[in-house]
Design a protein around this ligand. Structure first.
Ligand code: IFM
Length: 476
């Protein structure tokens, strides 16, 4: 890595995290479970999309993935061997309510109940996400997230899961990264269901926000313990290039960040968002009472962070740049901001081509703390894909991943030292897994999965993380 680029991102050692700071790891249902037709599960939009030729690298699908569904006990033991305080998983809607609405599938509930019990038996705190992108295909066929009925169906599904697990789950996260669901799913088409309509993408934004609010209400009405309620957002930390940088930053910030934080945490859509998208939609899908429903009190905000992005306004003449990590993924995910271009960032980069800039995390945490004082934050995802190699002895030495985690944890520590209330950190991901449009070509895990044998092997980063969890000390 280029030390000049990382000059502001100290790899401090010896930093101590408080005794209550939670260290965990995260996964998502479609990315690890496999067993897509087992025990009554019905297809999700990702089954359909990944089976559509040309959509996913190498034609990969989640049919088998890490086969976590059939290897639950082994995987729970791996978590315990790493000493994880907490595990963040997602529940597959098509296992619980296979057709999206209507009949509940008891074997699906039983699987997550066994997962939660297995965690608790091992002293690991369950953090459950209700939606990490595997929408039942029947709901997509009926309109998907651009349709209001999907948000209403989500609330019913949330109540079903809440009734089943609501005596044992410590933290409920309604949605993971609704930005991806809305803009990649319905704007650029780089994610399932692969639709490309800016107005649909914005309608999806609103109905995802509504699903969050209705989902929190539904959970609250059925759970019997006293959990934390949350949502996880993937923030865009922006840098402006040249004179037009600030204007471009404002547009992308409105679409990417404030389109979610403002309705969810303030009960309003930003005026500049409505104005800049006026040619795409009139936002008539926002009905009276929606914003009140969306604006539910939350206990913690989930923050996913990987890298930063650099923007400016396009001059309309030079070849348009689009290096926001989605350049090879179909159309633009930015409705109403076709005049913004994403310019290349200085490296170093991970295997995703994403720039490594830990200072962005520190900055993001500080900015959220300032804008939403009193709201605790949790890093629900942070991690890096690198092309690992396995030695003849079967080991995986992944110093780049350790370095990435180390620098980002130092950034979290700096934010805490400045008074930001950060409650925990979940490394993405526990296992190598199905990386959406990239299939199995990108490895984010601290535990390697051999996709031929499905054997799990902890990488050096897993040992490094386990030592951190045990000592709470950021060690070399
Ligand atoms: O793998 C994804 C995850 O599903 C959501 N957040 C980003 C990760 C890495 O791309």
């Amino acid at each position: 890595m280029n030390p000049d680029v990382l000059r502001n991102d100290y790899r401090d050692t010896g930093l101590m995290f408080g005794p209550d700071f939670v260290f965990g790891s995260a996964t998502a249902s479609y990315q690890i479970e496999g067993a897509v037709a087992a025990d009554g599960r019905r297809p999700s939009i990702w089954d359909t999309y990944s089976h559509t030729p040309g959509k996913v690298w190498n034609g990969d699908t989640g049919d088998v993935a890490c086969d976590h569904y059939n290897r639950l006990d082994e995987d729970l033991d791996i978590m315990a061997s790493l000493g994880l305080d907490s595990y963040r998983f997602s529940v597959a809607w098509p296992r619980i309510v296979p057709e999206g609405t209507g009949a509940v599938n008891q074997p699906g509930i039983d699987f997550y109940s066994r997962l939660v019990d297995g965690l608790l038996e091992r002293g690991i705190t369950p953090v459950a996400t209700l939606y990490h992108w595997d929408l039942p295909q029947t709901l997509e066929d009926a309109g998907g997230w651009p349709a209001r009925a999907t948000a209403e169906a989500f609330a019913d599904y949330a109540a079903v899961v809440g009734r089943a697990l609501g005596d044992r789950v410590a933290t409920w996260t309604t949605l993971n990264e609704p930005w991806c669901s809305a803009y990649l799913g319905y704007g650029s088409g780089a994610h399932a269901p692969g639709r490309t309509d800016g107005a649909d993408a914005l309608a999806a934004v609103h109905h995802l926000n509504l699903a969050h609010g209705l989902g929190v209400q539904a959970l609250r009405s059925v759970v019997t313990n006293e959990p934390d309620y949350s949502v996880t957002l993937n923030f865009h930390v922006l840098r402006g290039e040249g004179e037009t940088g600030p204007a471009a930053m404002q547009k992308i910030d409105a679409l990417a960040n404030r389109a979610f934080t403002h309705p969810i945490l303030k009960g309003e859509y930003p005026a500049d968002l409505i104005a800049q998208t006026a040619e795409v939609t009139d936002w008539a899908f926002v009905r009276p009472g929606d914003l009140e429903a969306i604006n539910q009190p939350l206990d913690v905000l989930g923050v996913n962070y990987y890298s930063t992005a650099r923007v400016r306004l396009w001059d309309g003449v030079s070849p348009r740049q689009n290096s926001d990590g989605h350049k090879d993924m179909g159309g633009s995910p930015w409705p109403g901001a076709s005049d913004v271009e994403f310019v290349p960032q200085p490296g170093p980069y991970t295997d995703m081509g994403w720039n490594i800039e830990p200072a962005g995390l520190d900055e993001l945490l500080g900015a959220l703390h300032e804008e939403f004082p009193g709201l605790p934050l949790m890093i629900t995802e942070n991690g890096a894909a690198f092309a690992d190699t396995v030695t003849d002895a079967g080991d995986i030495h992944d110093p780049d991943r350790i370095d990435y985690l180390h620098r980002h944890l130092a950034a979290v520590h700096r934010a805490i030292a400045r008074g930001v209330d950060v409650r925990g950190y979940f490394v993405w991901s526990l296992f190598d897994n199905f990386e959406w449009g990239y299939g199995y070509s990108k490895r984010f895990g601290i535990v390697r999965v051999d996709y031929d044998t499905l054997q799990r092997t902890p990488k050096d980063s897993a040992g490094w993380f386990a030592e951190l969890v045990a000592s709470h000390r950021l060690h070399a």
